[in-house]
Design a protein around this ligand. Structure first.
Ligand code: MRU
Length: 322
């Protein structure tokens, strides 16, 4: 089942706010509905956001075909619905480039982006599984963070796609899903997907990750990215940086799996990226709170970045290049 797709003139998504209790499909007919779904995280994860951005422009192209001003404003709202994952604005812009050719051309481009993400997921799963086995041996025990399965993309996913591939190869020694507070993408979504795939796993509170690594229970950390900067800094779900520090201290690989559509060589370092602030309400109703949704993991803590086209060994001095 696809996380996001274009079906009979509307965008269909799996409503990730309802999981794991309810597997519900939402049909989005308007740009407003699509933006609300993005902002509530009904659709989320960098690759899926890229596809959502492109389909959003396809919706806008149909509704505002005769009103260039309204169309431009709708595209701008889609691009900026969430700030951190580069895929959203990139997917929307790519589709918007086809606007002069009409709504059908825009939709065709959006479908191409969807198809590219499916192919990229498959490619990352193979590259990543090869690298994990090379670095960790035949029964790798992995810790992952946030949700990087089919729910973050269209199918398969990024880092969790690698986990699934290792499972199929009989090369997986165990998985720990970090619960990922405050919205529990790990405990709710990753755990649900691993259960669907028949992969045995355990959920740990976020703060347990570095300790489990120190105790020798994890062979590598593997997770995704919302943006990878030119210097190799990795922007990903809040809590990623702590896992990177834990991995460095424990002397185990820290692997980032993301499609090329997440590599942003136009952004020099993580310090240049807007980190989404999701406000206090998601954290607590009892006191004031600070709630950054992503963090920046410095490049020197990253062993390797696996994309659909290449393995960039940051530990050997390589850096993302166009
Ligand atoms: O706030 P979210 O759930 O959209 O955050 C998603 C993540 O941080 C994922 O780890 C990231 O998009 C990588 S999946 C390729």
């Amino acid at each position: 089942m696809r996380t996001i797709d274009w079906v009979d003139g509307a965008v269909e998504i799996i409503d990730q706010t309802a999981l794991p209790g309810d597997l519900r499909v939402l049909r989005l007919h308007t740009v407003g509905e699509l933006i609300a779904a993005i902002q509530s995280l009904a659709v989320r994860g960098a690759p899926a956001l890229g596809v959502a951005g492109a389909f959003g422009v396809a919706l806008a192209a149909r509704v505002h075909a005769d009103d260039p001003g309204a169309l431009a404003q709708a595209v701008r709202k889609i691009e900026t619905a969430r700030p951190t994952a580069v895929n959203l604005a990139r997917g929307a812009q790519r589709a918007a480039n086809l606007l002069p050719l009409g709504p059908d051309a825009v939709l065709a481009e959006a479908c191409a982006i969807r198809d590219e993400e499916i192919a990229a997921s498959q490619s990352m799963a193979f590259h990543g599984a090869d690298l994990v086995t090379e670095l960790c041996g035949p029964r790798a025990r992995l810790l992952t963070h946030c949700n990087t399965g089919g729910l973050c993309a269209v199918t398969i996913g990024t880092a969790l796609g690698v986990v699934g591939e290792l499972h199929r190869r009989g090369r997986l020694g165990g998985v720990i899903a970090s619960e990922t507070r405050p919205l529990l993408q790990g405990a709710r979504l990753t755990s649900w997907e691993l259960t669907q795939w028949g992969v045995a796993h355990r959920v740990a509170v976020d703060s347990a990750g570095p300790f489990l690594m120190a105790r020798g229970e994890v062979d590598a950390v593997i997770l995704g990215a919302d943006r990878i900067c030119a210097n190799g800094d990795v922007i990903n779900k809040i809590g990623t940086y702590a896992h990177a520090l834990g991995a460095r201290r424990a002397g185990i690989p820290f692997l980032v799996v993301a499609p090329e559509s997440t590599v942003d060589v136009a952004t020099p370092t993580g310090g240049h990226v807007e980190i989404e602030d999701r406000g206090a309400a998601e954290v607590t109703a009892w006191s004031d709170a600070v709630n950054p949704a992503f963090d920046v993991t410095p490049a020197d803590l990253v062993t390797a970045i696996v994309t659909d086209r290449r393995v960039i060994r940051l530990d050997r001095g390589e850096r993302p290049r166009p």
